[in-house]
Design a protein around this ligand. Structure first.
Ligand SMILES: [Zn+2]
Length: 473
């Protein structure tokens, strides 16, 4: 009995060792299990999903144009017949075994490209990946035709520059839908993906800004592809943006966490633990989405040391100001996580000369908020609130040389209409007064209230002007 037990155990351990040997053999031979393709305005990204890590090398061939990728110890079992090749320089993907254990993948191309490749380690959503970026030779037309203008300071100005404050230029808002492509952002219940929700909200916001007299908007990301954080601010600068708004809907460690927030940059620590966690998470986007060999080194340090000192204080103060205005407006349609603009070291907000805010439209990790965030009615409401906050800020602080500045100096700006707010569960009149930065008595008076009792669903008029008075010199 005892003997038999030992023999059994020995046999079992030999069996396990044998299985492990076979398994490790399989793991070493990285299999390409799927191929994904993302088209961006100036590049095409191919992602090979591998069953394990593998070394690779690549070279190009001409007449006809081809890119050859040799992968050590690999096999190819992906189906590439469904890849969306139209509008890309790719015309086909072929593969063949090479030297018994290695693999050669050939990309057939219709034109020359600048290839770049790198491996990405596994993350929450994907395993080992090999990324091939094919950069187009010519600059996208969109970028070249950007309005060239001297970068006028969008910061609060003193009205002392003669009578030439006005002009014809529109105020330009860069709307940055977070994440995209290989970086899905936060994942909510039922497969809700942040990158899709925020692109929908951003498109709505662009529509509203374009329809607003004296304003126009550009989308930093126009589809489902990855953009490195630093490139997002570059795109805003190339367009001469007066404001950079990054739109997000993140996850939090507690599923119960809820509410919208607005963030600005901090150069010295975060204003809360939540802010720090979210900034860390956002800043990982380049690792998740894959920046490869992009140089994030020297230039950033120069920016940090020189430009930040020169203009960051003024830019930051404008960011906090516009952020508070957006936060107040967003607070009118959805609960707020915090009533003040929070600050943390968000990489994407580090433009020294463009006021920049990041709007968390809600926590997609919260099942209730995720359900709301996917509806187009809530997406539109969020966009409308952001539009109102942005418009009100620039009506008070129009950059010199803009049509809004001219309208303001001619007294043509519409008087600000009172905002409306629908009471939700948990509201008190004093909470609403604080949220909109109006006095309690002013709020009572505007609504003809004899006392502070309000009911859920009630529509309140929120008087405009108190912030205006407070902020005007
Ligand atoms: Zn995000």
């Amino acid at each position: 009995m005892l003997n038999g037990g030992i023999t059994g155990r020995v046999a079992l351990s030999w069996l396990i060792a044998g299985v492990l040997l076979v398994l490790s053999g399989l793991v070493n031979a990285a299999d390409i299990q799927s191929v994904r393709l993302w088209r961006a305005p100036d590049n095409t990204r191919l992602v090979f999903d591998l069953s394990g890590p593998a070394d690779h090398s690549l070279f190009t061939l001409s007449n006809p144009e081809r890119l050859v990728i040799d992968i050590t110890g690999a096999s190819f079992s992906a189906d590439v017949s469904g890849l969306p090749l139209s509008d890309t320089p790719l015309t086909g993907v072929r593969s063949a075994p090479r030297d018994k254990t290695d693999l050669r993948v050939v990309l057939d191309l219709s034109r020359q490209v600048n290839p770049k490749s790198f491996a990405l380690p596994p993350n929450q959503q994907y395993g080992h990946r090999l990324v091939i970026d094919l950069y187009d030779h010519e600059e996208p037309r969109e970028t070249i035709s950007a309005p060239a203008r001297p970068s006028a300071s969008p910061l609060p100005q003193t009205p002392s520059r003669g009578g030439s404050l006005g002009g014809e230029r529109k105020i330009l808002i860069a709307v940055d839908a977070g994440h995209g492509g290989e970086d899905p952002g936060a994942l909510g219940p039922g497969g809700v993906r942040e990158k899709e929700v925020v692109l929908a909200i951003s498109r709505e916001l662009k529509k509203l800004m374009d329809a607003e007299p004296g304003f126009e908007a550009v989308l930093v990301r126009t589809g489902d592809y990855f953009i490195p954080l630093r490139k997002r601010t570059d795109i805003a600068r190339k367009h001469g943006a007066d404001l950079f708004v990054s739109v997000h809907a993140d996850a939090f460690t507690r599923a119960s966490a809820f509410g919208a927030s607005v963030f600005a940059l901090s150069d010295s620590g975060a204003t809360s633990e939540t802010a720090r966690l979210l900034a860390d998470r956002e800043n990982r986007s380049d690792l998740i989405g894959g920046v490869g060999g992009v140089n994030l080194g020297n230039r950033d340090q120069v920016l940090a040391s020189v430009l930040l000192d020169l203009s960051m204080t003024a830019t930051l103060s404008a960011s906090l100001d516009v952020g508070q205005q957006v936060l107040s407006a967003v607070g009118g349609i959805t609960p707020l996580h915090k009533r003040r603009v929070e600050q943390a070291g968000f990489m994407v907000l580090k433009s020294p000369d463009i006021p920049s805010i990041l709007v968390e439209t809600g926590f997609i990790s919260n099942p209730g908020e995720a359900r709301k965030l996917v509806t187009s009615s809530h997406q539109q409401a969020l966009a409308r609130a952001m539009h109102t906050g942005i418009r009100d800020y620039f009506h008070r602080n129009p950059p010199p040389g803009t049509r809004i500045a001219a309208m303001k100096s001619n007294g043509q700006l519409q008087a600000q209409r009172p905002r409306e707010y629908q009471v939700v569960r948990g509201d008190t009149l004093s909470l609403i007064a604080t949220r909109f930065d109006v006095s309690l008595s002013n709020l009572r008076q505007s609504n003809g209230l004899g006392n502070d009792q309000i009911r859920v669903g009630q529509i309140l008029k929120v008087p405009a002007g108190s912030m205006l008075v407070k902020n005007e010199p």
